[in-house]
Design a protein around this ligand. Sequence first.
Ligand code: SAM
Length: 289
Amino acid sequence: MPSLAQFNSMAKPLPLLCRSLKPSISRSPGSHPKIPPSPSLLPCLGRPLRSLSNDAAPVVVAGNDKYGKKQVVSVTPQLYDFILSNVREPPILRELREETAAMRGSQMQVSPDQAQLLAMLVQILGAQRCIEVGVYTGYSSLAIALVLPESGRLVACERDAKCLEIAKKYYERAGVSHKVDVKHALAVDSLKALILNGEACSYDFAFVDAEKRMYNEYFELLLQLVRVGGLIVIDNVLWHGKVADPQVNDPKTISIRNFNKKILEDERISICMVPIGDGMTICRKRAQG
Ligand SMILES: C[S@@+](CC[C@H](N)C(=O)[O-])C[C@H]1O[C@@H](n2cnc3c(N)ncnc32)[C@H](O)[C@@H]1O
């Protein structure tokens, strides 16, 4: 594991950094578990990037004239720690994160800054009706449920019963169980059932964080369920940076790459890709002209 100084010296030849930096972060006890600095967070915009400043400052300039000489911040371990130290994580979410940290698959959980963004979007929308696809132990769903009004409802879709037991325990402890409608089934089946139940165009917000090769199916079903002006947020759109590397062509990477291309061209939505965590794209459903 490189020290911060080593990390930054590695960071100087940025084309090399973009290809060689494997996720690795020093984790002090009690520090946040998810999303080490990823190559995906580095601005690999075409030609070489150059460091603007000294070793401690993670500011680089894109060397591609097409994008102008943009200053882009690369997320070093030090900067990521700073970002997380500026997250207001409710104690109950922290407890859930810490309980989950020892479990298999804990790296799947969204990071505290991602959860905060989801909660912020739900609040900005004034959302009443939400859907989550991929609950795991409930971190992101709890973050959403905590900010929903008392009359709000979150449909939480998950296929794994053991994970759901933990999620339900935390919904109880947080006093939000009455807002969460857990669907223990394959997510596609749960979403189709909502449509058959006449719930199309009735949801304000959806978050997608389950099987990567199913993203297109989830998206098409959710686009039916979300109202005009509602949001669909997709996680892992940068897929550890692999989407930007033409030499990586495993099925999940190809699937996410194709999905990103599809929604970029999809006139039914407005989109915004945000390099937070493993990358999230926020899609807003447009009125059909
Ligand atoms: C990345 S994790 C979700 C993490 C969660 N959003 C959080 O922040 O803690 C993905 C979850 O999706 C679930 N999953 C995968 N495929 C699914 C499917 N077809 N239907 C329902 N759940 C699925 C997995 O069991 C896993 O718990």
